[in-house]
Design a protein around this ligand. Structure first.
Ligand code: SAH
Length: 460
């Protein structure tokens, strides 16, 4: 669907060579004074390209024919990976993906932080498929009245139908197929975004890795739902591994998937999973890392870099359901954690109690405001874990950390550009000791990074 700032250029082809990959995972082609970004084109590849569109001052092209193919190009498992927009790298050999991710972190630090750094090699998965434990798909109906679901085509609201997704937990497909079939027989209308009509907006699935538990969240536009109980009964019958079903009502015209109101339709309303030997309760609205295998390696690295002692007071900022703080609690004196989503804080408190972890306290607040108050009180903090969302932290929060002057900061980030910005800001007081990229999102251009920072004049 065309957007206002979306300029189509007439179809014409040109030859180009890929000289690198952009931070969004697209092949970069220089052509005279212009730069083009091409999905699914890899370094060293040459071919005939055609203009696609220009957006926000950038030009995008697509492959017409390749004349030189990269030795790293492979046959993808997924046949729609180039159109669905989720897996830009399924055609790129996994070792090459890992090299790219390390380079991406290095490049963002060079560009944004003006720092010349050598990140460690990116930690990868042994088997980089079927790893996602959280799946969310919008629903629509075809001309024959069949329901389908999929992903939004890049920068559009057009749903590309997905039958099998090779990066998702395999149980998700069974749930989605059942919803498609049952949705049709129960006359459930998918939501039509342009008209603001219909009922079923998204289906969200959360599957535990170490426990046989699966949550299904039916996101609906309205609270009323025809034959709700029978639909849920039929769904459980088809997928007996589902342990809880939640209805989430989102009446707003928005891209945000979940609404405020929730109703538990079956089971306890949450699932549990084990991470680093600790049991975690996860409810629909709480953040939980999407790749449970790599999350354990990420946390191990973060804890190792914190160099905790039994005397340390630890602060866990942006704590979600308390995962990092609770793993750290076994290695230090006390953990103070702050998180803004109240459901996640409720999960965190219960998680600590049920695991018998008594030296961690959770607060529901904005991380920056909380830290400013801690700095005003001159609270002692030895180590800070920072794990903000993609937009990173902010100067208020970072200034408060500098005032608190912990000996170490372990910054866990899913966005290298904001990590580089924040590390540069902290660098007046903190020395960057190491950068460890971790592949939490195989086949996509995204990368998680653990940055370890040490106070320049050690206060200890
Ligand atoms: N450390 C957790 C969560 C990391 S995701 C884990 O590893 O699972 C980032 C978290 O920051 C989310 O839970 C989000 O709800 C929370 N968050 C976002 N903005 C925030 C803010 N201003 N203050 C505190 N927490 C915030």
């Amino acid at each position: 669907m065309a957007k206002k700032n979306f300029k189509h250029i007439t179809q014409e082809t040109f030859r180009g060579t890929c000289v690198g990959i952009s931070s969004e995972g697209k092949g970069v082609v220089k052509c005279g004074p212009d730069t083009y970004f091409v999905t699914g084109l890899f370094p060293g590849e040459e071919g005939e390209l055609s203009f696609d569109y220009a957006r926000a001052g950038q030009r995008f092209a697509r492959i017409v024919r390749l004349s030189k193919v990269s030795p790293d190009r492979i046959e993808p498992l997924c046949k729609i990976c180039s159109s669905c927009g989720g897996c830009a790298f399924q055609q790129y050999a996994y070792p090459a993906q890992l090299l790219y991710k390390r380079e991406k972190v290095k490049e963002q630090f060079r560009k944004i932080a003006k720092m010349d750094v050598e990140p460690l090699p990116c930690l990868g998965m042994e088997d980089p498929y079927y790893y996602r434990n959280k799946i969310q798909m919008p629903f629509a109906k075809d001309s024959r009245g069949n329901l389908y679901c999929g992903f939004y085509k890049e920068k559009t609201h057009v749903i590309v139908p997905v039958d099998t997704c090779y990066i998702e937990d395999e149980r998700a497909k069974r749930v989605l197929d059942a919803v498609k079939r049952l949705g049709k027989s129960f006359h459930i209308e998918p939501y039509q975004e342009d008209r603001g009509e219909g009922l079923l907006r998204h289906v969200l699935i959360r599957a535990a890795k170490h426990k046989e538990q699966v949550m299904v969240v039916l996101v609906t536009r309205k609270d009323t739902f025809p034959s709700r109980n029978n639909f849920v009964k039929a769904l459980i019958k088809e997928c007996p591994f589902i342990t809880t079903v939640v209805q989430n009502v989102n009446p707003r015209h928005t891209n945000v998937i979940l609404g405020e109101f929730e109703r538990v339709l079956y089971g306890p309303g949450f699932i549990e999973d084990t991470l680093c030997g600790i049991n975690f309760r996860i409810s629909a609205k709480s953040f939980y890392q999407v790749n449970p295998v790599m999350t354990e390696r990420l946390y191990q690295k973060a804890i190792e870099e914190a160099k905790l002692t039994s005397e340390d007071v630890v602060f866990d900022a942006y704590s979600g359901i308390g995962t990092i703080g609770m793993v750290a609690a076994g290695h230090c004196k006390e953990v103070i954690a702050v998180e803004i989503v109240k459901e996640a804080v409720m999960d965190a408190k219960r998680n600590a109690k049920e695991n018998g972890i008594g030296n961690v306290s959770f607060y529901c607040d904005d991380a920056s405001s909380f830290m400013v108050r801690m700095a005003e009180r001159k609270q002692r903090v030895d180590v800070v874990f920072l794990d903000p969302p993609r937009k990173g932290s902010n100067q208020r929060c970072l200034d408060a950390i500098c005032k608190l002057a912990p000996s170490r900061i372990v910054y866990v980030s899913c966005e290298p550009s904001t990590l580089a910005r924040d590390v540069a800001y902290l660098s007046k007081k903190y020395r960057l000791e190491s950068l460890q990229p971790v592949d939490m999102f195989p086949h996509t251009p995204h990368v998680e990074t653990v940055a370890s920072l040490e106070l320049k004049q050690k206060a200890r």
